[in-house]
Design a protein around this ligand. Structure first.
Ligand code: FUL
Length: 494
C-alpha cells in the first residue's frame, strides 16, 4: 500500500502498488529520452557494488602480468574454496563476482578443450579441478551473479597476433558461455600487445588495436549465445570503463557516450570519465579498483589493504557518481581471501549500513512548484516513498523546478542522495540543494549530473527544511528517490 502524497488543498488518495499503479486512470509515463538503457542495463546498475576475483598463476609467481611461460605446475592452491569468496562478497553487499577465467598469461582456470595451458595440467585437484565451475556452484548458494574476464591479450598462445588466435578466443568464449549457466557479464580489458612467450617464440608482438580483434563479430557471438549477457570494455557496448583504476568517476558523469571513436585499449580516458551528454549510446560507467595495490595477491601487500575509510571514499566517488563499483579482492596462495581484506570489507559494509539505515527525509511532506498534470502518479512525495520505481516529474516544457521537503523538526545531516528514474534516460545536468537553517535559507551543495544515484558529502547542517533546485535538464526532469543521512562516525576514523 502507498499513501500518495501530501498536497496542500488536495485529497490524499490511497493507491495499490503492484505491477502497475491503480489510482483511477494511470497517466502515461514521461516520454523517454532518445537514449535509454535496456532493462538488463537498469538491473545491472541497481547492483551498485560487485566484486572482482583476480586469481591465476600470478598468485603463485608473485607477478601482476605473467609472461605466458608459466608451468601449469605452479598453480596449486591448498585450500581453494569459492564458497568463502562468495560469502565474503555477499556479506559485503556485492551482487556479482567476476573471475579472471584467463588473464594476460593465457592460463585457463577451467579445463578448456582448446588449450593445454590450463588447470587440467596443474596439481590442483589432481588436474580435475575447474575454478569457473566452483564459482558458479558457490554463487548459487548466495544468489550471486557471475561474470567472466577473458583477456584478449594472450602471452602464451602461439597464434596471438594472427586471425587464428581470434578463432581461439571465440572458441573459449563459446565454451564459457555454454558450459556453466548464466554469465551476467563478459569483461574485456584493454591491455594489449607486447612481449610474451607466444608458444616459445619469446618475442614482441604488436597488434592494431583498431582492427585486429574485429570486436563487433565477437560481441555478436556473445549475444547470439546468451542474449542477456552484458559486455564490458572501454567502449561498451553495455558497460564502459571509467578511465582510471582508482575507482573515481567524474563529478559530472553521463551514462551516454558515442561508442564510435572509442578504441578499446586506446581510449580517451577523460571522455570515459565523464561520459557525453550528447552521446548516442547508453553505456553504464563502471569503476574498477583493487582493495590492495596490486590486482593479484602478494604477501608483501598484506599490510597495504585499503582501510574501510578509503573504501568508503571510493564508494562515494563511484556509486555516488552514477557508477557501479567493481572492487577487486584477490585470493591468496591458499585460494582464500586474506583475513585483512575480509576485515576491511566487513567494516566498510558496517559503515555503509550505519550511514544509510536512517533516511531523515523518508515519508516527510514534499511540495513541488510543478508536478506533471497535477497527477498523483507524478507526486513529489514519490521521492520519499522508498519505492524506486515511482517518480516525480514536471509538465512538458518545464525544465527548471524546485521541490521542498518539510522535515518537521530540526535535524542534522551531512550526506544527500538523489536518484533519477534512468529507464527514461538521464536528464538532469545541474542542480543545487538548499537548507533552512535558523529560518535562513542557504545553499549547501551544487552539482551537475545525478543519473542512477548521486551522493553528496557536505559539512553537516542542522535544518528543518530542504530544497532541491533543478537548474538544467535536457528533458522534463524526473526524480525517483531522495535521502538525507548522517554519516557514521566510523567514516572519519583512521
Ligand atoms: C587491466 C589488466 O592489465 C590488469 O592486470 C587488471 O586485470 C585490470 C582489471 O585490467 O587491463
Amino acid at each position: 500500500m502507498r499513501v500518495a502524497g501530501w498536497h496542500p488543498g488536495r485529497t490524499i488518495t490511497t493507491c495499490m502498488i503492484g505491477f502497475a499503479y491503480a489510482c483511477g486512470t494511470q497517466p502515461s509515463d514521461i516520454p523517454p529520452n532518445e537514449v535509454v538503457p535496456t532493462p538488463e542495463q537498469v538491473d545491472y546498475q541497481r547492483m551498485e557494488l560487485i566484486g572482482f576475483i583476480h586469481f591465476t598463476v600470478n598468485t603463485f609467481t608473485d607477478r601482476e602480468w605473467g609472461f605466458g611461460d608459466e608451468s601449469p605446475g605452479v598453480f596449486n592452491p591448498t585450500e581453494l574454496d569459492a564458497r568463502q569468496w562468495v560469502s565474503v562478497a555477499a556479506e559485503a553487499g556485492m551482487k556479482e563476482l567476476i573471475l579472471t577465467a584467463k588473464h594476460h598469461d593465457g592460463f585457463a582456470l577451467w579445463p578448456s578443450l582448446h588449450t593445454e595451458h590450463s588447470v587440467k595440467h596443474s596439481p590442483w585437484r589432481n588436474g580435475n579441478g575447474d575454478v569457473v565451475a566452483e564459482l558458479f556452484a558457490a554463487s548459487e548458494e548466495h544468489d550471486l551473479k557471475v561474470g567472466l574476464y577473458l583477456s584478449p591479450w594472450d602471452r602464451n598462445h602461439a597464434d596471438y597476433g594472427t586471425p587464428a588466435y581470434l578463432q581461439y578466443y571465440r572458441d573459449q568464449l563459446r565454451e564459457l558461455l555454454t558450459g556453466y549457466g548464466d554469465v551476467t557479464e563478459i569483461w574485456v580489458d584493454g591491455a594489449n600487445g607486447g612481449t610474451g612467450y607466444y608458444g616459445g617464440a619469446n618475442e614482441e608482438r604488436r597488434i592494431d588495436r583498431e582492427t585486429y580483434y574485429d570486436w563487433e563479430t565477437t560481441f555478436a557471438l556473445v549475444k547470439s549465445i546468451q542474449p542477456h549477457t552484458l559486455i564490458f570494455s572501454d567502449a561498451g557496448p553495455d558497460i564502459r570503463w571509467i578511465g582510471n583504476e582508482r575507482g573515481f568517476a567524474g563529478e559530472t558523469n553521463w551514462s551516454m557516450l558515442n561508442r564510435d571513436g572509442v578504441v578499446i585499449g586506446a581510449a580517451d580516458q577523460a571522455y570515459l570519465n565523464t561520459g557525453d551528454p550528447n552521446g548516442d549510446d547508453w553505456v553504464i560507467p563502471l569503476c574498477d579498483t583493487s582493495i590492495r595495490p596490486g590486482w593479484f595477491y602478494h604477501a608483501d601487500q598484506d599490510d597495504d589493504v585499503k582501510t574501510p575509510q578509503e573504501l568508503i571514499d571510493i564508494y562515494y566517488r563511484s556509486v555516488g557518481r552514477n557508477c557501479v563499483l567493481l572492487l577487486n579482492m584477490p585470493p591468496d596462495q591458499r585460494g582464500l581471501l586474506h583475513m585483512n581484506d575480509v576485515r576491511a570489507l566487513r567494516e566498510f559494509k558496517r559503515i555503509l549500513d550505519e550511514t544509510f539505515a536512517n533516511n531523515l527525509a523518508s515519508h516527510k511532506p514534499v511540495q513541488a512548484d510543478n508536478h506533471r498534470g497535477n497527477h498523483d502518479y507524478f507526486s513529489p512525495s514519490n521521492l520519499v516513498d522508498q519505492h524506486l520505481d515511482s517518480y516525480w516529474a514536471t509538465d512538458d516544457g518545464i525544465l527548471r523546478a524546485a521541490l521542498e521537503i518539510d522535515l518537521g523538526e530540526t535535524v542534522f545531516f551531512n550526506r544527500i542522495m538523489l536518484q533519477e528514474p534512468i529507464r527514461f534516460g538521464q536528464r538532469i545536468a545541474a542542480f543545487s540543494i538548499e537548507a533552512r537553517v535558523d529560518n535562513e535559507w542557504m545553499q549547501v551543495a551544487q552539482a551537475t549530473t545525478i543519473g542512477y544515484k548521486r551522493l553528496l558529502r557536505i559539512d553537516g547542517v542542522e535544518a528543518d527544511r530542504v530544497r532541491i533546485v533543478i537548474e538544467r535538464a535536457n528533458n522534463v526532469p524526473a526524480l525517483s528517490n531522495f535521502g538525507l543521512f548522517r554519516a557514521s562516525h566510523a567514516e572519519t576514523e583512521r
